[in-house]
Write a protein that binds this ligand. Structure first.
Ligand SMILES: Nc1ncnc2c1ncn2[C@@H]1O[C@H](COP(=O)(O)OP(=O)(O)OP(=O)(O)O)[C@@H](O)[C@H]1O
Ligand SMILES: [Mg+2]
Length: 254
């Protein structure tokens, strides 16, 4: 019994994020306490402006100007140099965000292979991996397209494939299915589910109550604070073909 339990993946204590100064100061996060263990799949909900994206940005080390404490894998944020932070970002964290930018001059395949560069694998190996990922997202036939030749939903799926290609252990997703039809949303949720089953930690913001059925824990936020925090066993979601309004905030009369 000497084995130490690993620290939580994420530990926030009285975390605050202020925008603006003086009279214009506003706390987008106003005292968040949150502990996330490895392998949790958390869905975060809450009204527009309550601080969900701000929270994900901080968790993903995109914004370090905070009050309170943030420990990532037991290490306080302030003890991590910028270099170390960007290393962690590229190796361990996958962002699936609302605004996706593909590089216009690269093919779809090259775009997806990009995050693998840092590993120093040979190009052929990187492209093979990227190709496999694209197939998962049913985009195998679009490998050699340029981004401008894709539909908006396809761009989004390519960007998600790119975010997941290096198998990040922490996945931060901000409305990952926001602009997608139910079929494309299904592919993405299934992939996130798969990653969850493999033991990865997922934190997903969504306005869609139906998508919370994939999660093992549902957090609601209000005015920069955590309002409710509920653990549950992820249920097997009904097939998407059951006409669930995936792109709407209201569903099932909620
Ligand atoms: N860069 C910024 N400068 C000033 N205020 C900001 C900035 N980013 C966010 N805010 C403010 O912080 C609050 C929380 O914003 P945030 O984007 O986190 O909301 P959200 O919960 O993600 O909303 P939505 O559901 O609409 O995406 C809002 O009041 C917003 O105006
Ligand atoms: Mg947001």
């Amino acid at each position: 019994m000497t084995e130490k339990t690993p620290p939580p993946v994420i530990e926030l204590t009285n975390l605050k994020k202020r925008f603006g100064i003086g009279d214009a100061a506003h706390y987008a996060l106003d005292g968040v306490d949150l502990t996330v263990k490895k392998g949790e799949f958390i869905a975060i909900m809450g009204p527009s402006g309550c601080g969900k994206t701000t929270l994900l940005n901080i968790l993903g080390l995109l914004d370090g100007q905070v009050e309170g404490s943030y420990k990532l894998n037991g290490q306080p944020l302030e003890s991590l140099s910028r270099r170390k932070q960007s290393h962690i970002r590229s190796e361990q964290i996958g962002f699936v965000f609302q605004s996706f930018n593909l590089i216009p001059r690269l093919t779809v395949l090259e775009n997806v292979a990009l995050p693998l560069l840092y590993k120093g694998d040979l190009k052929i190996k990187r492209l093979k991996k990227a190709s496999k990922m694209l197939k998962t997202f049913h985009l195998g036939e679009r490998e050699f397209y340029m981004p401008h030749q894709l539909s908006g939903g396809q761009v989004q799926r390519v960007a998600i494939a790119r975010a997941l290609v290096n198998e990040p252990s922490i996945i931060l997703a901000d409305e990952p299915t926001g602009n997608l039809d139910s079929n494309a949303s299904h592919i993405i949720m299934e992939e996130l589910s798969e990653l969850h089953k493999k033991g990865n930690t997922i934190i997903m913001v969504t306005h869609n109550p139906y998508l919370t059925t994939y999660a093992s824990r549902v957090i609601t936020m209000l005015d920069g604070k955590i309002d409710t925090d509920t653990f549950h066993l992820p249920s097997t979601p009904a097939p998407y073909s059951e006409k669930i309004p995936l792109n709407k905030t209201e569903s099932e009369g909620a």
